[in-house]
Design a protein around this ligand. Structure first.
Ligand code: SF4
Length: 338
C-alpha cells in the first residue's frame, strides 16, 4: 500500500512508553494499524498508551443523519484503539483546561486562546498545534515520567507516534520520519511517522475494508463513502485549510463560522493570510456554496459556553498586536465578491 513501507523503524523495545497520537482522522487509524503490527512484532504492545488531545467544540461533532448516528472525532479516536489491541483503559483523552466555578477545571478552547492572543496561527507560527495538541499530551505524560524516572534512575524514553504524511503538504514533506524532539534529565522523546510515505489514495483504499469507521465529514453526506467532503478532519475550521474545505465547513457549521468571524472583526486579523472567514461566509451566502450535506445545529450548552468564553477573551486587550495581518486577507473569491 505504501510506496516505501517500513522506510524506517525505530527499536521499539528500547522505549518505556509507546505513545501513538490519535487525531480521530483517516490517517491516524492507518498509523495505528501499521504501528501496532510493529509493536506486536517487537513484543512490546503492553507498553502502548494511545492519546487523543480533544479540540472540544471545534472538532467535528457526532451527527444523526437519516436515522443513523455518525460519531464525532473524539469518539472515533477512542474507536481507533481497541481493534488494534489497545484496551479502552489504555486510551487517554486529554484537553487544555482552565479554572471553572467552585475549584473545578473546564475545557479552554483553542478559539479562546486565539481570541486572547490576538492573531490566528500561521505557517511560521503554528502555535495552535502546541497549544491544543502537543503541549497537552506532553503535560499528560508528566506523572508517569516523574514516577518512572525515579524507579529507573534515568530519563524515561518515550516514542511519540503520529500519522503525518508527506502528501499533506510541504511542511509535512520536510519533516523527517524519525527525530528526537526533546531530551532532558527526566525524559527523552522521539517522534516516528510510520506512514509518512503513504499516498492519500492508499489511505482511502485501506479504509475500504478497515475495522474502524472514518469521520463523516470526509463524505459528501454522512455514510456516502465517496470521499467528497472535507479533505481534512480536526478543527472544523482550520487556519491552514483549503478554500473548498473552508466553504464546505462553513456550510456545515454556520454558527461556529460566525464565532470565528467575531474574533476576526474584533482583532483585525484574518483566518488565513489571504482570506477572511467573514468574506468566505459572504461568498457562501451570496455567490456560491457547496451543498453541506448536513448542517450541525451547534445549539447545545457546550457551544454556548464556548461563545461566552471567546467573547470574554475578546473583551480584553490582545496579548499580541494583530498588525502583521492587518490589511491582508482580502483577496476576492469571485467577481460577485468584488
Ligand atoms: S486543525 Fe488546524 S487550526 Fe486546528 S490545531 Fe490543527 S493546524 Fe491548528
Amino acid at each position: 500500500m505504501s510506496s516505501r513501507p517500513d522506510a524506517y523503524r525505530p527499536d521499539l523495545a528500547s522505549y518505556d512508553l509507546l505513545a501513538p497520537q490519535l487525531s480521530g482522522g483517516k490517517d491516524s487509524a492507518v498509523m495505528m494499524a501499521v504501528f501496532m503490527d510493529a509493536a506486536r512484532a517487537a513484543g512490546v504492545e503492553d507498553r502502548v498508551i494511545s492519546y487523543h488531545s480533544s479540540l472540544g467544540v471545534l472538532e467535528w461533532p457526532a451527527v444523526d443523519f437519516e436515522g443513523a448516528r455518525f460519531p464525532g472525532v473524539s469518539e472515533l479516536a477512542a474507536l481507533q484503539s481497541a481493534p488494534f489491541d489497545v484496551p479502552a483503559d489504555r486510551h487517554i483523552e486529554v484537553a487544555r483546561t482552565m479554572p471553572g466555578p467552585n475549584g473545578t477545571l473546564i475545557p479552554r478552547s483553542l478559539l479562546t486562546e486565539i481570541a486572547a492572543y490576538g492573531r490566528f496561527p500561521r505557517m511560521g507560527s503554528p502555535y495552535c498545534r502546541k497549544y491544543a495538541k502537543e503541549g497537552v499530551v506532553s503535560a499528560a505524560w508528566t506523572p508517569l515520567v516523574t514516577r518512572l524516572s525515579r524507579d529507573l534512575g534515568r530519563p524515561v524514553r518515550i516514542l511519540k507516534v503520529m500519522g503525518l504524511r508527506s502528501d499533506e503538504g510541504a511542511d509535512r514533506r520536510k519533516r523527517p520520519p524519525f527525530r528526537t524532539v526533546l531530551a532532558n534529565s527526566a525524559r527523552i522523546v522521539d517522534e516516528w511517522l510510520p506512514i509518512k510515505d503513504w499516498s492519500t489514495n492508499a489511505v482511502k483504499a485501506w479504509h475500504a475494508s478497515a475495522p474502524v469507521p472514518y469521520a463523516w465529514t470526509y463524505d459528501s453526506v454522512p455514510g456516502a463513502r465517496d470521499w467528497r467532503g472535507t479533505s481534512r478532519c480536526s478543527c472544523s475550521l482550520c487556519c491552514f485549510a483549503s478554500v473548498p474545505d473552508l466553504l464546505l465547513s462553513i456550510g456545515r457549521r454556520p454558527r461556529l463560522a460566525r464565532l470565528y468571524a467575531e474574533v476576526e472583526a474584533v482583532r483585525g486579523d484574518s483566518l488565513r493570510p489571504d482570506r477572511k472567514i467573514a468574506d468566505l461566509i459572504r461568498h457562501s451566502e451570496q455567490c456560491a456554496a457547496p451543498a453541506p450535506g448536513v448542517v450541525c445545529a451547534d445549539d447545545g450548552p457546550e457551544f454556548t459556553a464556548l461563545e461566552e468564553q471567546v467573547r470574554a477573551a475578546l473583551s480584553y486587550e490582545p496579548r499580541k498586536e494583530p498588525d502583521l495581518a492587518r490589511g491582508r486577507g482580502s483577496r476576492p473569491l469571485c467577481d460577485g465578491c468584488r
